[in-house]
Design a protein. Structure first.
Length: 271
């Protein structure tokens, strides 16, 4: 029952007796119905997948409900390698390193890093926005979109500027690594329209000191592979997790002095 403006109303809802999923089917054990003895993913037996398919194939199947073509699997796998480690300059990786060297329980290193990566700055929160931006603008001239954005937008007074979700500057300049990765991925057979549009758009942005960011590159590939925008942020976190974890574990074995200690005069507290 619920109360609205002091009046009591009965909820006219009927709850299901058990959760239903199209993704995963489990066969209960004859000895214990709470234990599964066999399972399948979107109709494919797990043991058959283990024997005959790669991890990237099954990951695609899990998200898309079908096995990928050889070309799509190649595109996704190369993106996975590109995103496997955000690098020690990334705030999320630095968070993993800090909690590692601080002797936080190792079970918490990855959750802390993923929480940091969930933010909008070079993080998962920008992925969905970037995917929707690409899907919306793909019908427009990327050079014209670039000119319009710079003509109408007001840049921040300090810090990096993302003129569009997934595109901008990093540490005041063009981030060259995602541009090189985009060039390589664009040559693959499964490279699609969003990546091609993003390439032209990024080159137009270069005239203003902006370009691809890792979030924009991931968003373009996800969109071309048919991943829905709401799935993008979680998938980006998943693919970035290995690098953050190993950096955190690396520093878990080091003394506290392995990272710089910020002097008091370098702290700024806004009042």
């Amino acid at each position: 029952m619920s109360s609205i403006h002091g009046k009591v109303r009965r909820r006219e809802e009927t709850f299901t007796q058990r959760p239903m999923t199209k993704i995963w089917k489990e066969k209960a054990s004859s000895e214990n119905p709470y234990i599964a003895e066999d399972c399948s993913c979107h109709g494919y037996n797990l043991f058959d997948l283990m024997e005959k398919r790669s991890f990237v194939d099954v990951l695609f199947l899990l998200f898309q409900g079908e096995l990928p073509s050889v070309e799509k699997a190649q595109l996704l796998e190369q993106l996975m390698i590109a995103l496997i480690n955000p690098g020690p300059r990334h705030p999320a990786t630095r968070a993993a390193m800090c909690v590692g060297v601080g002797k936080t329980d190792t079970t918490q290193i990855l959750p802390v890093a993923l929480t940091t990566l969930s933010g909008r700055h070079l993080g998962a929160a920008e992925i969905e926005e970037s995917m929707r931006f690409l899907r919306k603008e793909i019908k427009n001239d990327p050079n014209l979109v670039s000119d319009t954005l710079f003509a109408e937008a007001t840049p921040p007074t300090e810090g990096d500027w993302h003129v569009a979700p997934g595109f901008g500057c990093r540490f005041g300049g063009i981030d060259k690594l995602p541009q090189k990765q985009a060039d390589k991925l664009s040559s693959l057979p499964a490279a699609g329209k969003c990546l091609a549009w993003g390439q032209t758009f990024a080159k137009a942005l270069n005239n203003h000191g902006h370009g691809w960011l890792a979030t924009g590159l991931a968003a373009a590939i996800f969109a071309d592979l048919g991943i829905q925008p709401r799935f993008g942020p979680g998938l980006f976190q998943l693919l970035s997790a290995p690098g953050m974890l190993v950096h955190g574990m690396e520093f878990a074995n080091k003394p506290l002095t392995a990272l710089p200690f910020i002097k008091d005069e370098d702290y700024f507290i806004e009042r």
